[in-house]
Design a protein around this ligand. Structure first.
Ligand code: ASP
Ligand code: MG
Length: 255
C-alpha cells in the first residue's frame, strides 16, 4: 500500500464530465489499496475569468482582495470533486489551503510556502477517506489568504507530498508526460520516460512549460519522485526521479 498525492490541473477538471472522469480515476487508485490525497487547480479558465472580472471593476485591485478572489477558484473545483467522488461511493473531504495547513509568507500573489502542517489531511487519510486540497493557496501569519503565483498548484502538490511523506507525487495534465518539444506543436516530439531533476530544471529554464520551476526545485530538495502523466489516458508518463532510484519500484506506474 502506497501513499499517493495526485494533482489535477485546470484542463483535467474543466467541466462536470471531466470531474466525473477524474473522480473515477481517484476511486480506482484508492480501491487498489492506496491512500490518496488530491490537489486540484481551478476548473478550466476560472482563474483567468476571475482576473478579468476584477480588472473590469478596478484596474489596480488591492493585492489582498485579489488573493481572496483567486482562492475561490480552487474552492469550487475541490468541493465539486469531493461530491463526484461521493457519487462514486467513496468518502472525500475537501480542504482549503489554510485548512490543509499551508503557511506562507505575506507576499500576496507570489507567496512562498513557509511550512505545511497537514494534520487534518493526515487524519482523513488515516480514517481510510480521500482528501481533496485546494492548490495554489495558503494563509499568512495575519490569517489572510495568499496565492503562490500562477501555476502554483504543482508546488502545493509537491509540498503536500513532502509533508505527508508520500511515496510519489503524480502530476496529471492533458499530455502524456514531458516531451522533447511541445507535442501539440511539434508532432515528432518524443516522450521522455525518465528524467532527473537537473535536466528538467534546464528544460524549465529554457521556457518549456511542463512543470512550475519552484515545484521541481522543491521536489529535488526533498527527493520526492514525480510522475507527470495524462488524466485522459492510463499510459505511463514521465518519471522525474532522484539519481539511483529504480523507477520500477515506484507505486501506481503499471496501469
Ligand atoms: N488556478 C491557478 C492558475 O491558473 C493555479 C494553478 O492552476 O496551478 O494559475
Ligand atoms: Mg489553472
Amino acid at each position: 500500500m502506497a501513499l499517493i498525492v495526485q494533482k489535477y490541473g485546470g484542463s483535467s477538471v474543466a467541466d462536470a464530465e471531466s470531474l466525473k472522469r477524474v473522480a473515477k480515476r481517484i476511486v480506482e487508485t484508492k480501491r487498489k489499496g492506496n491512500d490518496i490525497a488530491v490537489v486540484v487547480s481551478a476548473m478550466g479558465d476560472t482563474t483567468d475569468d476571475l482576473i478579468d472580472q476584477a480588472m473590469s471593476l478596478d484596474s489596480n485591485p488591492p493585492a489582498r482582495e485579489m488573493d481572496m478572489l483567486m482562492t475561490a477558484g480552487e474552492r469550487i473545483s475541490m468541493s465539486l470533486l469531493a461530491m463526484a467522488i461521493h457519487a462514486d461511493g467513496e468518502h472525500a473531504y475537501s480542504f482549503t489551503g489554510s485548512q490543509a495547513g499551508f503557511m506562507t509568507d505575506a507576499q500576496f500573489g507570489a507567496a512562498h510556502i513557509r511550512a505545511v502542517k497537514p494534520k487534518r489531511v493526515a487524519h482523513v487519510l488515516s480514517n481510510g477517506k480521500i482528501a481533496i486540497i485546494a492548490g495554489f493557496q495558503g494563509i499568512n501569519v495575519d490569517g489572510d489568504y495568499t496565492t503562490l503565483g500562477r501555476g502554483g498548484s504543482d508546488t502545493s502538490a509537491v509540498a503536500l507530498a513532502v509533508a505527508l511523506g508520500a511515496d510519489i507525487c503524480e502530476i496529471y495534465t492533458d499530455v502524456d508526460g514531458i516531451f522533447t518539444a511541445d507535442p501539440r506543436i511539434v508532432p515528432t516530439a518524443r516522450r521522455i520516460p525518465t528524467i532527473g531533476y537537473d535536466a528538467i530544471l534546464e528544460m524549465a529554464a529554457c521556457g518549456s512549460k511542463v512543470l512550475a520551476l519552484r515545484c521541481v526545485e522543491y521536489a529535488q530538495r526533498f527527493s520526492m519522485p514525480l510522475h507527470v502523466r495524462s488524466s485522459f489516458s492510463h499510459r505511463m508518463g514521465t518519471l522525474v526521479v532522484p539519481d539511483g532510484i529504480d523507477a520500477r519500484t515506484l507505486p501506481n506506474i503499471d496501469q
